[in-house]
Design a protein around this ligand. Structure first.
Ligand SMILES: *[C@@H]1O[C@H](CO)[C@@H](O)[C@H](O)[C@H]1NC(C)=O
Length: 156
């Protein structure tokens, strides 16, 4: 999972480099270039946040293993996040080969993250470690969600 995230980082950084850093002897940034910059920052953020969140979810899975309800919820969130990462992979592949990213992949990212949010927000624990990891995963998901909205707003 981690190496996949790193691959995406390179893919996006590659786009970033070709579209902005290398192309422009920097004088003034056009609105378009600023949009591209923000778009790429949002892409990096969502990829990073989801990779970090998977790490937190793995910790949660072992910390909550004696609590079947929480463990099942965590497993469902893991599967949603994996789903979102796969859809992002589809988008990255399309961008990398100069094709338009399929709208269905974008919808898949959104619905997977909404599903993860809805499951995650229903999970609670009296165990301090589990509870704190749940909060951590929730805030990582929030970062990913906000970056996803940024992608929709800034990547044309
Ligand atoms: C995530 O779930 C919480 C609790 O149900 C809700 O308040 C929040 O609006 C949800 N976030 C998104 C982005 O749907």
């Amino acid at each position: 999972m981690m190496s996949r995230a790193i691959l995406f980082l390179f893919a996006f950084l590659g786009l970033f480099a070709s579209s902005w850093v290398l192309a422009a002897p920097v004088k003034e940034l056009s609105a378009r270039q600023i949009g591209d910059l923000q778009c790429n920052a949002d892409r990096l953020t969502i990829v990073g946040a989801l990779a970090t969140m998977q790490g937190t979810l793995s910790e949660l899975a072992s910390s909550a293993s004696s609590d079947p309800a929480t463990a099942a919820g965590v497993q469902s969130v893991q599967s949603d996040v994996t789903d979102a990462q796969q859809a992002i992979g589809t988008i990255a592949k399309a961008l990398f080969t100069g094709q338009t990213a399929p709208a269905s992949a974008r919808d898949q990212v959104k619905s997977a993250l909404l599903s993860a949010n809805s499951t995650l927000s229903g999970l609670t624990s009296t165990d301090a470690t589990v509870s704190s990891l749940l909060q951590k995963a929730t805030s990582e998901l929030k970062v990913a969600g906000a970056a996803g909205e940024g992608v929709v707003a800034n990547c044309n």
